[in-house]
Design a protein around this ligand. Sequence first.
Ligand SMILES: CCCCCCCCCCCCC/C=C/C(=O)SCCNC(=O)CCNC(=O)[C@H](O)C(C)(C)COP(=O)(O)OP(=O)(O)OC[C@H]1O[C@@H](n2cnc3c(N)ncnc32)[C@H](O)[C@@H]1OP(=O)(O)O
Length: 259
Amino acid sequence: MPNAPSPVLTFPHAAVAQITLSNPPVNALTRPATRRLRAVLLELADDAAIRAVVLTGDRVFSAGSDISEMPEMQDRGDVLARKSILENATLEMLDDLPLPTVAAIDGFALGGGLELALCCDLVVADAGARLGLPEIDLGVIPSSGGSMRALRRVGQARAAELVLLGEPISAETALEWGLINRVAPRGQSLSVALGLAQTLAHKSRSAVRANKRALALTFGESPGLPAQRALPVFEEAFESADGREGVRAFLAKESPEFG
Ligand SMILES: CCCCCCCCCCCCC/C=C/C(=O)SCCNC(=O)CCNC(=O)[C@H](O)C(C)(C)COP(=O)(O)OP(=O)(O)OC[C@H]1O[C@@H](n2cnc3c(N)ncnc32)[C@H](O)[C@@H]1OP(=O)(O)O
């Protein structure tokens, strides 16, 4: 998808929209891409012809937030605050979209990439894909509700393993844990996701909305609210000596030396 602004919006089937993260080589999530995703979500929410959405990545899903953007934010709290608010609001928009959403994960979904995928109603991963929340190895935490969304899906013990060990898990383990819905044969996650989206596109629009709202209410509040409460925790870790060391070391391709 040369030159198309990421994420790229296409319409593979009648009533189905496909959003493709496209920022080679790892589809790192940049602030411009976040703003574009917001615009795309607003467009789809108002498009009566669209009845289901698939979110995927070009070749891989995403390695998470663009770490190269981070040093500036660690020096400028105002930029960090704007980024955090923008990202949380964007993920909540995806969470609350009045359309069924399906994530198709190929390669890996790490950090903010997994946080993004977990905002979708259903998640399909390619066999052999890797999913994780490795922010601890940068000296920080998932900042946009990934911990809370993972906790809702897999429970305390396994969510703690994801965020404290920071080690990616396989698609098969993610399915066993209840983090995702389907493991597709290699190379088929997108086609499986599009198949689910076509089925969902034939459901009652109002009943889909009501069922999404009922699921969200079951937990008492949108995952975005605890994420907002956790923002000070994220910002403190992000601006700490270890947060700076984690980002520095990654960009320098060195092992971090945490305090
Ligand atoms: C459409 C946008 C919507 C946005 C919606 C809102 C945003 C939601 C997110 C909000 C989240 C906020 C808090 C979240 C924070 C994070 O996500 S922190 C980042 C977490 N991710 C990681 O720690 C992964 C780091 N990368 C890796 O582990 C590996 O690179 C890999 C992905 C497993 C790939 O490994 P490998 O195949 O060996 O290739 P590499 O050589 O390591 O990498 C290739 C090049 O890509 C660069 N790169 C990799 N990851 C990132 C990254 N996250 N940001 C920026 N750049 C990255 C890497 O440096 C290499 O670059 P070059 O050396 O220049 O080739």
